[in-house]
Design a protein around this ligand. Structure first.
Ligand code: C2E
Ligand code: CA
Ligand code: CA
Ligand code: CA
Length: 279
């Protein structure tokens, strides 16, 4: 038994080393990618739940490693957060989106609001709003065309700071969305205190819809909660027509998911927008 125990410890340590090595590798490679402009921003269109026309988009960072191919943001965003690289990464994403929105304003192909994800680390940086302001002034982008998505944990961690920060972002003319709604175990009281424009119902609720009928009741109540607070409601991760029609019946405003569109490179989205304008 002792022998077995020792073996277990050895395996565990090897596992840890592998994890640590992987993290380090990711960190080094991500640093290189950031220096060489190796990251891209893709866009996932969102649609109106009633007629399925495009009414917005979410910007999602993409990293194509020269050898490993695409590495998911679910893997490298946490690494970027821990190492502080999220600052530069986030600024690059923001710049790209502001420039793109400005471009679409000029081309008259705007898809509605474009959302940018903000990680908790970015949200905690006191220079965030001055950076937003500078970028907006430099690109002359209409701020009402940009939404910032924040998770519950980011805004809940530090209540006072969060309210000030959110108000400052709103004062610049941007919109605010609460991402992955329902996954945090936080109280709901912040919904009334914070100047939020939108709730995004987490994908986990949507994908269980058909298996657990009570999940639909829950979704209905989240939608009603949002509407009663004058917030628009987005459902993310919609993968079937059935889910989309149930959500439309529940008066969900906007739908995002693979059933309609997957995230795509800017050029591809732009071609779609130009085509839609002609139609
Ligand atoms: P998120 O903000 O919840 O973004 C939605 C994620 O769901 C995206 O994954 C998107 O590709 C995926 N998705 C959309 N529709 C469907 C669907 O119908 N089914 C399924 N299974 N998935 C769907 P992605 O692009 O891999 O991003 C993962 C997470 O990484 C994001 O979750 C966000 O937290 C973070 N992230 C992505 N881009 C950025 C960024 O530019 N900045 C920051 N700070 N975080 C980002
Ligand atoms: Ca998001
Ligand atoms: Ca989300
Ligand atoms: Ca998420």
């Amino acid at each position: 038994a002792k022998e077995q125990g020792r073996n277990r410890i050895v395996t565990y340590n090897q596992h840890m080393n592998k994890e640590a090595r992987m993290r380090l590798w990711l960190e080094i490679e991500l640093q290189k990618a950031l220096q060489n402009n190796g990251l891209e921003v893709w866009y996932q269109p969102k649609v109106n739940a009633k007629d399925y026309t495009i009414n917005g988009a979410e910007a999602l960072v993409r990293w194509k490693h020269p050898v490993e191919g695409y590495i998911s943001p679910g893997r490298f965003i946490p690494v970027a957060e821990r190492s502080g690289m999220i600052e530069l990464l986030g600024r690059n994403v923001m710049r790209e989106v502001f420039q793109t929105v400005r471009r679409w304003q000029n081309m008259k192909v705007l898809p509605g609001r474009v959302a940018i994800n903000l990680s908790p680390q970015q949200f905690r940086n006191p220079n965030l709003t001055s950076h937003m302001k500078k970028l907006q002034a430099a690109t002359q982008t209409d701020p009402s065309l940009i939404t910032f998505e924040l998770t519950e944990s980011a805004v809940m961690n530090d209540g006072e700071h969060a309210i000030q920060m959110l108000n400052a972002i709103k004062e610049l003319g941007f919109s605010l969305s609460i991402d992955d709604f329902g996954t945090g175990y936080s109280s709901l009281s912040y919904l009334a205190k914070f100047p939020l424009d939108e709730i995004k119902i987490d994908r986990a609720f949507i994908c269980d819809m058909e298996t657990f009928p009570k999940q639909v009741t829950l979704i209905e109540n989240i939608i009603n909660l949002g509407r009663s607070l004058n917030m628009s409601v987005v459902a993310e991760g919609v993968e079937s027509g059935k889910q989309a029609s149930v959500l439309a019946n529940l008066k969900c405003d906007t739908i995002q998911g693979f059933h309609f569109y997957k995230p795509m490179p800017r050029e591809e989205f732009e071609a779609l927008l130009i085509n839609n304008r002609k139609a």
